[in-house]
Design a protein around this ligand. Structure first.
Ligand code: NDP
Length: 296
């Protein structure tokens, strides 16, 4: 039987409707509109699309967005000054520095400079540390979206074998930390996994993936995961976004894996829409933190 397709677009819309209600309630109580400032450096076309999508999503749920464009020739110091001014600006609750930054800019220094309370991408070392200790302030958007997708489809990872392909700071590592913990904030059923993290130096990778109850692919290699690498009935989450001659494809060979997996996310329309949605949630959370609201 073919896998059930996990529709990220519909789920993202549902969660955004919930966020919209929460934003309206917050605005009503605090008389403050949550505001996200995006910093876009240079003219990278994909980054322009991502930022535009984020602005549109903000608008849909009642969050204000600001776009701070900086030229490709900007220096690290100029960017640090911009981040500092946004940190000081009490009307800005969340700061997003769109990646990748142009060559020559010290991205680590820039991301570290974002105030931890405005760090809606959860890239600051302080926020990463809190995740690793199981008491997150913000959850990083893509892993958070994945956990929402699992939880809302009643797919448990408790006691299960999870393989995460990729060890980036943005997806692989935080994903593994969240699922290996006792509870990442969405209940114990989407935690408590036995997690294996694979990367480009992993040996016998296909053997490891074929034993996974849940396989999360985030490596940026088009159609890398084949049917033989998937355990029958497994849940396969495809994070990859690869631009190829045949259009956007994921890290999973969708049509080959469809008859083998139990659940499968498409690309596009899977994890991507949830990533943006979690950014909205984090911006509202940032506004709550900065207005002194009680955080559960
Ligand atoms: P990175 O390039 O930062 O990391 C890629 C990881 O994959 C590295 O750990 C690398 O290993 C590993 N890797 C690469 N090739 C192989 C291979 N052949 N076998 C095993 N491991 C391999 O990527 P990101 O984590 O930022 O992104 C991954 C993918 O997810 C990209 O396609 C990106 O566009 C997409 N993405 C999608 C998002 C969404 O919302 N849907 C959000 C963020 C990313 P090593 O460490 O050894 O180099």
């Amino acid at each position: 039987m073919a896998a059930t397709i996990l529709d990220g677009k519909t789920l993202a819309r549902k969660i955004q409707n919930e966020t919209k209600e929460s934003v309206a309630e917050f605005v009503d109580q605090q008389q403050v509109t949550p505001t996200l400032a995006a910093v876009l450096v240079g003219e990278d076309p994909a980054s322009q699309v991502y930022v535009r999508n984020k602005e549109r999503a903000c608008k849909r749920v009642g969050i204000d967005s600001q776009l701070h464009r900086m030229p490709e020739s900007s220096t690290t110091d100029e960017l640090l000054a911009k981040v500092d001014s946004l940190n000081q600006d009490s009307a800005v609750h969340g700061i997003l520095v769109q990646l990748p930054l142009p060559n020559g800019i010290d991205a680590r220094r820039i991301l570290d400079a974002v105030s931890p309370d405005k760090d809606v991408d959860a890239f600051h070392p302080g926020n990463v540390g809190l995740i690793s200790q199981g008491r997150p302030r913000f959850l990083p958007c893509t892993p958070h979206g994945i956990v929402q997708m699992l939880a809302r489809n009643q797919i448990s990872t408790d006691g299960k074998r999870v393989v995460v392909l990729g060890r980036s700071d943005i997806v692989g590592k935080p994903m593994a930390m969240m699922l290996a913990g006792r509870d990442c904030g969405l209940g114990s059923s989407v935690a408590n996994a036995t997690v294996t993290v694979c990367h480009s130096r992993t040996q016998n990778l296909a053997e490891l993936t074929a034993a996974a109850d849940v396989l999360i692919a985030a490596i940026g290699q088009p159609k890398f995961v084949t049917a033989a690498m998937v355990k029958p009935g497994a849940t396969v989450i495809d994070v990859g976004i690869n631009r190829t001659d045949e259009g956007l494809v994921g890290d999973v060979d969708f049509h080959a894996v469809l008859p083998v997996a139990g659940y499968l996310t498409p690309v596009p329309g899977g994890v991507g829409p949830l990533t943006v949605t979690m950014l909205l949630e984090n911006t509202l959370l940032a506004a709550r933190i900065q207005t002194g609201c009680q955080i559960d």
